[in-house]
Design a binder for this molecule. Sequence first.
Ligand SMILES: Nc1ncnc2c1ncn2[C@@H]1O[C@H](COP(=O)(O)OP(=O)(O)OP(=O)(O)O)[C@@H](O)[C@H]1O
Ligand SMILES: [Mg+2]
Length: 410
Amino acid sequence: MYLASRRGNSHSSDPVTDSGLGSFAPSSPRTRHVSNAIELHGLGVRYKALAALDGIDLEIRQGEFFSLLGPSGCGKTTTLNIIGGFIEPDEGEVLIDGTVVNKIPPYRRPVNTVFQSYALFPHMTVAQNVGFGLRMAGVAAASIQQRTREALGLVSLVDFGARRPDQLSGGQQQRVALARALVNRPSVLLLDEPLGALDLKLRKQMQAELTRIQREVGITFIYVTHDQDEAMTMSDRIAVMNRGRVVQVGTPQEIYESPSSLFVADFIGASNVLRGQIVESRGPWSLIRLDSGEVVRVPASPAHEHGSRVWVVVRPDHMSLAEGATESPDLNVLEGVVRKVSFLGTHHQYAIGTAQGAQITVVDPLSSPDRRPVKPVMEGAVSVTWPASASLCFKDDEAEALAPRSLART
Ligand SMILES: Nc1ncnc2c1ncn2[C@@H]1O[C@H](COP(=O)(O)OP(=O)(O)OP(=O)(O)O)[C@@H](O)[C@H]1O
Ligand SMILES: [Mg+2]
């Protein structure tokens, strides 16, 4: 396996590896356990009145594909730059492979960065670009050639070594940048929106390629994106960030199915967001009177106080359409009218207007026709149903952090 066998080897005589953290480890009195590739403890960064980072704590495991996901300005790049050593935090500690690295400069950390702008040297060939770092580190020519070839093989560009960057497509240039970052065998690769400049098709292709490469080399990838689909597709775990803080860490499934706040529910995946007030909490269910007048049920929680203002969140794929459905303790029903039907290849999407003016989105996969006992027609009356257990409920005090992209509101 390429590269992976070298991870954790801090006593190599290779000058490139030795310029990494390995040479620091023995002299550092602060070496800790090494199960995590990266640990961030209480990171804080201030720009005048702005807290760009406000107490970031994260543990990223060896070999993980870990994504930082959040809206523009939430602190993703700042966090990555602190790990890379380009920014020194005002507060907190950064550990790489168990060693505190706050005072270690970027070029001595076993970490490489791939930026959105590929930053290739235009006058050098692809092979010279990839081998540049090794040349600077004084690696022998034969070894540079072999390792450059290996790295180009990894990104499927073995036959492109003699070309110049301007003779490559955007996706190929990005792969050269990736090969250049991998060739000196970092233990962690930082990627800051590396696919941002690519069109959608190439982006999808590179997502698959990056995932494959990460599995193959076994290096820890820390991947920054504000594209939730990208993070969900590629990551082992995701840290969702907002306003300089980590608001949830989990697998894509955990974050989608059990968002910890309204912000996360709204940012990850499509959501219908309904506004209401708790009017009763009894047995397994709490009853919410929506501002539009209807009453729906959500799973009860000790946090539910009578009279509290709340947001009820339901995923469009948890909703179904029916004709004249009647509610039951575990089934919520809202009456509406079909406003729009969209065919989206793998599923139908319906926009349903309720009598009170709210718009609800319902998604119906083509693969499950049994879920659709009714064939919705434009402007036809229809019932929207969903299991009460599929309702998420968040307190009002989380509303201020809401990202402005909900599908529906009442
Ligand atoms: N050098 C700086 N001086 C002042 N403010 C800064 C500086 N660098 C970053 N900031 C601010 O810190 C916050 C976090 O910035 P950061 O670049 O980490 O965001 P981001 O999550 O990477 O956003 P994007 O998705 O737009 O790249 C932003 O509000 C930004 O304006
Ligand atoms: Mg950024």
